[in-house]
Write a protein that binds this ligand. Structure first.
Ligand code: SF4
Ligand code: SF4
Ligand code: SF4
Ligand code: FES
Length: 386
C-alpha cells in the first residue's frame, strides 16, 4: 500500500494506482478528456495535470503512478489557467455547433467549456478560420463516411484516442488509428476508406464529443426529452444489460452502462438492431391465415375495409398470404385444436417445435416442457443452435 497526500488529505491506495485514480477513489475531482477507466492511459489531452511537490512542472495524473510520501495538488489558479488554455486551444479548432449537435447535453467537452466559462470563438472567418484568442485555421472535412451505422464528424474530434484504444484493446479489431501528423492528425480507417468493421459501436460509446454518433439517432430527440429504461438485450443468450433511450414512446437509441455484466460493451445487434421495436411490420397481434378460394377473393379480402383483415402483406395476387387478425384466445384455441387433430391422426412425432433466442430461459424451459410432456415429442429445436 502507498501513503500519499492529495490536496492536504492523507490517503492510502494500492501500489501502482495512478494519481488520478487515487484522487477519484477519494472523491477528489480532476477534469479529464482522454482518460477512460477501462482503457490504458494515453496522456494526450493534458487536462488532468496536477502539481507534485519536488517536480518542477505539472504532470498528467492519469499516467503518473502514486509513490510513497507524494504530495499532490490538484487545483490552483496556475493549474486552472493551464486547463482553461488547453480547452481554449481545443475549442479554437472546433465547430462549436452545440445547437444542432447530437451530443449536446451529454458532451464532456461542452460540460468542461461551461465549467471553465469559455465562450465559443467569434463567428467563422473566411476559409473556415476562427476568431478569438487562438484565431487561425480550422479543420473542415466535407466528405462523410458512407458506412451504415456510425456518423463520423471528424471536425469535432479532439484526438483523445479513446476510439482507437477501445477498438484495439477491447474489440481486438483495430479498424481505426491516428493518421497524419501535427495539425492534420486525424482518426480514420486505412487509406481513409469508409469504415468497414464489426460495427459494435464501442468507439461511439467512449467518444467524449459528438465526433462519433449513431446515424440512426440523427434528429431523433434531445437529451432532455429522453427517458432511460434499463433492460436486457433480447438477441442472444449472453443477456447484455442495455439502456433504451425512449422519446415519446419510441426507442431512439440504445446504450449500456459501465457497471453492467457486459461492462457497457455491446455488439452491433444490441446497439443498433432496435428498429424492429417500432417497425410497422412488427406483429403485435395474432394473425390467422385464411385461404381464399381464388385470387379474386384474395384481392377482395385485401381491399376490405374490415380492420380485422391484415393488409400489411404485399399484394402479389397469391392466395396463400392472406391473414386476418385474431384475439389471443381465438388464436390459442385454434392452435390447440390443430395440434390435437394432428396428434390424434398422425401421432406426436408429426409435430415439431422451434423456439426463439428472443425468449427468456424460463419461457424456453416451459416450451420444451410443453412439447415433451403435453405433446409427447422430443422434436424441439432453437434458432440459436444454427
Ligand atoms: S461535440 Fe460537444 S462541444 Fe462540440 S458541438 Fe457537439 S456538443 Fe458542442
Ligand atoms: S464500431 Fe467497433 S470495430 Fe468498428 S471502429 Fe468502432 S470500435 Fe472498432
Ligand atoms: S473520434 Fe471521439 S473518441 Fe475518437 S479520438 Fe476523436 S474525440 Fe476521441
Ligand atoms: S486525462 Fe490525463 S492527459 Fe487526458
Amino acid at each position: 500500500m502507498i501513503n500519499l497526500t492529495i490536496d492536504g488529505k492523507k490517503i492510502t491506495v494500492l501500489d501502482s494506482t495512478s494519481v488520478l485514480d487515487a484522487a477519484r477513489q477519494n472523491d477528489i475531482s480532476i477534469p479529464t478528456l482522454c482518460h477512460h477507466p477501462k482503457l490504458t492511459p494515453f496522456g494526450g489531452c493534458r487536462l488532468c495535470i496536477v502539481e507534485v511537490k519536488g517536480i518542477p512542472r505539472p504532470v498528467t495524473s492519469c499516467t503518473t503512478p502514486v509513490s510513497e510520501g507524494m504530495e499532490v495538488t490538484t487545483t490552483s489558479p496556475y493549474l486552472e489557467d493551464l486547463r482553461k488554455t488547453v480547452l481554449e486551444l481545443i475549442l479554437s479548432d472546433h465547430p462549436n455547433d452545440c445547437m444542432v449537435c447530437e451530443k449536446a447535453g451529454d458532451c464532456t467537452l461542452q460540460e468542461l467549456a461551461y465549467f471553465y466559462g469559455i465562450n465559443p470563438p467569434i463567428p467563422p472567418l473566411e476559409k473556415g478560420g476562427r476568431g478569438g484568442i487562438f484565431a487561425g485555421e480550422r479543420r473542415v472535412y466535407t466528405k462523410r463516411d458512407g458506412n451504415p451505422f456510425i456518423e463520423r464528424a471528424m471536425e469535432k474530434c479532439i484526438l483523445c484516442g479513446r476510439c482507437v484504444k477501445v477498438c484495439d484493446e477491447v474489440m481486438g479489431v483495430g479498424a481505426i488509428d491516428f493518421t497524419y501528423r501535427g495539425f492534420k492528425s486525424k482518426i480514420c480507417p486505412p487509406y481513409e476508406r469508409d469504415l468497414d468493421c464489426v460495427f459494435c459501436g464501442q468507439c461511439v460509446a467512449v467518444c467524449p464529443t459528438g465526433a462519433l454518433t449513431g446515424k440512426m439517432w440523427t434528429l431523433k430527440g434531445r437529451q432532455k426529452e429522453i427517458k432511460e429504461v434499463d433492460t436486457i438485450c433480447p438477441y442472444c443468450g449472453v443477456g447484455c444489460s442495455i439502456t433504451l433511450h425512449v422519446r415519446r414512446n419510441e426507442v431512439i437509441r440504445v446504450s449500456s452502462k459501465d457497471d453492467t455484466i457486459n461492462e457497457g460493451w455491446l455488439c452491433v445487434k444490441g446497439r443498433f438492431g432496435y428498429n424492429f421495436i417500432n417497425h410497422r411490420d412488427r406483429l403485435t397481434r395474432p394473425l390467422i391465415r385464411i385461404a381464399p378460394k381464388n385470387t379474386k377473393e384474395a384481392q377482395k379480402i385485401r381491399s376490405s375495409e374490415d380492420k380485422t383483415i391484415s393488409n400489411s402483406q404485399p399484394l402479389n395476387f397469391s392466395t396463400s398470404h392472406v391473414f386476418r387478425e385474431a384475439s389471443w384466445d381465438e388464436a390459442l384455441d385454434y392452435i390447440a385444436e390443430k395440434l390435437k387433430t394432428i396428434k390424434e391422426k398422425h401421432g406426436p412425432d408429426a409435430i415439431a417445435g422451434l423456439s426463439s433466442a428472443r425468449c427468456t430461459n424460463e419461457e424456453n424451459y416451459i416450451f420444451q416442457k410443453f412439447m415433451r410432456a403435453s405433446i409427447g415429442t422430443n422434436n424441439i429445436d432453437h434458432c440459436a443452435r444454427f
